[in-house]
Design a protein around this ligand. Sequence first.
Ligand code: IPD
Ligand code: CA
Ligand code: CA
Length: 264
Amino acid sequence: MVNWTEMDQQVKAWIMEAGAFIRESFQHSLSIQTKSNPNDLVTNIDEETERFFISNIRKTYPSHFILGEEGQGDELSSLDGIVWIIDPIDGTMNFIHQQRHFAISIGIYEDGVGRLGYIYDVTHDELYYAKRGSGAFMNDVQLPALSEVTLEKSLIAVNATWLVKNAYFDEKRLVSLATTVRGVRSYGSAALELAYVASGRLDSYLTMRLSPWDFAAGKILVEEVGGNVTALSGKELDMMKTTSVFAGAPGLHKRILTDFLLEK
Ligand code: IPD
Ligand code: CA
Ligand code: CA
């Protein structure tokens, strides 16, 4: 039997320790490498932070599985059992260039169901977290259920590069959406953008291609406050693959989907 409350306390303690380590790294020069392309970056701090979580999880919860962005976890083909989905630094480019707008993201799933979700804005010391069925919080303040918002008064986030050209979608529809809503933002950290949807700082977030570690925690948070998280097609997210992601407040999610995203 899993003691989720005890695990919640443990994860928070590890996140605080990792956050202090990352803040401390601001004083030192980073070792930066590229991955799939020249703008896909990883630093020694991403790798050390992932290693920190994985060695603690292996010692404390040896029967659990781990999916980690930097590849130090397990090779998994399903979410059977208890699976920790970890992005040690989401928004690495921001971490390197700005020392802000990046987050630690951890989602814990049991047989594919999201149980615990954490997104820690390291620079601002803001921990967004949710325990399925018990509510979502920012630090110790409970986040209210999301209320309905009209399209014209909504503030949304879109990955800016996709507005210009993308291989997946007719960008004209996104441009039409962007010119109908009140405003559009782009922060460069999917995890934070999802945390902002959960906390009402944004009303929706749309992006074309994320990996499970980018959205695992955010999905739990947004759903816990009554929001919707799907692919841009409106279908359920595939947790084992790269996928588009579309999160939104109740009502707004449906309106954007039917008016802008689905083929007419
Ligand atoms: C990236 C960020 C970014 C998103 C990219 C991700 P990383 O994560 O979430 O907002 O647009 O697709 O890869 O590489 O900084 O962990
Ligand atoms: Ca990421
Ligand atoms: Ca990352």
